[in-house]
Design a protein around this ligand. Structure first.
Ligand code: GDG
Length: 492
């Protein structure tokens, strides 16, 4: 526990509206600089999976800004290249990372410590002081590179848990820009977060931002509770904290998808020869789809067990349903991920061996990524989607699935109550992913649901997703960042 030291804040007040950031009909005239761990530079690999990349690509397409971050390349120390590319109105600036930086910052502190803790998985978190130093060092390195091209009126939008201390590193270099931070993943209750050794060093550094955004109210309340109860930070109200000379605000900005565009894409891509080939190969069976990066937060292992339970409890569906699980590998260099990959493959093999027939494979499990177009067509061709993360900031797959449906004959979303998306998708069949029996019953319910009910549920969710799409999400965040508190547009 500790008081927040006022003298650590020297970056100017968060209250003085930046005069250079003029607003015109919601259009921000300042340059927007987005910073994230990875930059999705347009190339032949840019179709690869990743929620954050998907979101930022579509945000920047509309905003002609700058995108800065790691190139994805690991170089020999001293030979890390910084590259710039202008493409489609967006400037991409990337830096390589040295091997030790990559290990300690990315594989180490970000993905073996912060990712599990922020997903409520204390059991998987591994702390190392060396990784923490690497994490702080890379944030400093990013700030150093950014410093070289930042203009005083740039609005900086930093993304995700890899870069929590970045604003502090920029403020230390004298930058007084508006800087916002958005956390794409959950923020756990302080009782759990405080198990992170030296948590103040990381979490309190968020107070150097002007605005810290979360996916849901639970996440922002957890953060507010951490600041109030654990750090005794003074506040103006429940969402505005005083950090030395500056104020830092908190808000909820549930991330969306390109709802209308995705519907159009799906309508077109059901006709792709690849999608038609998959559908033909089902031989009139009903398809259920799951699409997730291979990650323990996604609950794929328990989902496979729940599907097995479904085949056991509802035998009339045997031979009549195919569950397609698309699971591109991620973070394979981390042991937990490699172990999980082996376990899931074994479980799938077990279910297929036990229930399959020479002419029917219950689960089709593939580890390769597919193009966005192929995914859209497959979503639309599936009668139900199984989206059952154990904990998820939002979950874009749930939203993409709903957006992709044919409104006249839509499929049914089965969604974990522990995904941020559950708040907006209240008309999905909400399930507890730890309850195999309930998930099995939900699958039966989805497959048996009458057309009218499917239509009504789909309409309810689509209404919400059409309003809160990706464009709305991005502009709400930037408006909140560039408008002083008290402004009527400030979200509550
Ligand atoms: C983080 C948070 C939050 C998946 N497989 C393929 C593929 N994907 C695309 C999906 C979707 C994205 O990747 C995954 O997004 P999620 O939201 O489901 O999950 P994370 O990657 O964990 O994202 C999450 C998100 O950030 C945004 O804030 O919602 O809670 O964990 O768009 O379609 N895309 C392609 N091929 C694949 O095989 N092209």
């Amino acid at each position: 526990m500790g008081q927040f030291p006022a003298d650590r804040f020297d970056g100017g007040s968060g209250n003085d509206g930046n005069p250079i950031v003029a607003q015109l009909g919601g259009l921000v005239l300042a340059r927007i600089v987005v910073v994230s761990n990875r930059v999705n530079v347009p190339n032949k690999d840019s179709a690869r999976a990743g929620g954050l990349a998907v979101v930022l690509r579509s945000f920047l397409k509309r905003n002609h800004g700058v995108w800065f971050g790691w190139s994805g390349r690991v170089a020999t120390r001293g030979e890390e290249a910084v590259r710039t590319l202008d493409h489609g109105g967006v400037t991409y600036i990337t830096t390589d990372l040295a091997r030790a930086d990559y290990q300690e910052y990315y594989n180490g502190f970000a993905n073996r410590m912060l990712w599990p803790i922020l997903h409520y998985r204390l059991d998987l978190a591994e702390f190392s002081s060396r990784d923490l130093s690497g994490y702080l060092r890379v944030n400093d390195l990013f700030a150093e590179h950014l410093s070289k091209f930042l203009k005083p009126d740039d609005v900086i939008w930093v993304h995700d848990y890899h870069l929590m201390p970045l604003a502090k590193a920029l403020r230390d270099r004298g930058h007084k820009n508006k800087i916002g931070f958005y956390l794409h993943i959950p923020f756990p209750p302080p009782e759990l977060l405080t198990a992170l050794p030296k948590h103040e060093r990381i979490i309190l550094s968020l107070c150097h931002y002007d605005l810290v955004g979360f996916q849901t109210e639970t996440d922002s309340e957890n953060f507010a509770r951490y600041l109030t109860n654990e750090c005794r930070m003074p506040s103006i109200d429940s969402r505005t904290f005083i950090a030395g000379e500056r104020t830092m605000r908190i808000g909820e900005f549930p991330v969306g998808v390109e709802t209308a565009e995705f519907e159009r894409l799906a309508r077109r891509t059901v006709r792709l020869s690849f999608v038609r080939e998959v559908v033909t190969s089902l031989a009139d069976r009903t398809m259920i789809i799951g699409v997730d990066r291979l990650d323990y937060s996604k609950g794929i292992g328990l989902r496979v067990k729940a599907f097995e339970r479904f085949l056991a409890d509802y035998p009339r569906w045997r031979g009549a349903v195919t569950y397609l699980q698309i699971t591109p590998r991620s973070r394979s260099e981390i042991r937990e991920y490699a172990d999980m990959e082996r376990r899931i493959s074994e479980n799938v093999g077990h279910v297929n061996g036990r229930y399959g027939e020479a002419s029917w494979t219950p689960i089709r499990y593939v580890n390769r990524p597919y193009s966005r177009s192929a995914l859209a067509g497959l979503y639309r061709s599936s009668r139900a989607a199984l989206v059952t993360p154990l904990r998820d900031g939002m979950n874009l797959v749930a939203k993409e699935y709903v957006a992709a449906q044919d409104a006249d004959d839509p499929g049914v979303l089965i969604l974990s109550r522990f995904a941020g998306a559950a708040l907006e998708c209240r008309s999905a069949i909400l399930v507890n992913p730890y309850d195999e029996e309930a998930v099995a019953a939900a699958i039966d319910k989805a497959l048996s649901m009458p057309l009218e009910e499917r239509r009504a549920r789909h309409r309810d969710i689509l209404d919400v997703l059409s309003e809160n799409d990706i464009k709305f999400w991005g502009s709400r965040f930037i408006e909140a960042l560039t408008n002083p508190p008290g402004d009527s547009r400030w979200p509550r």
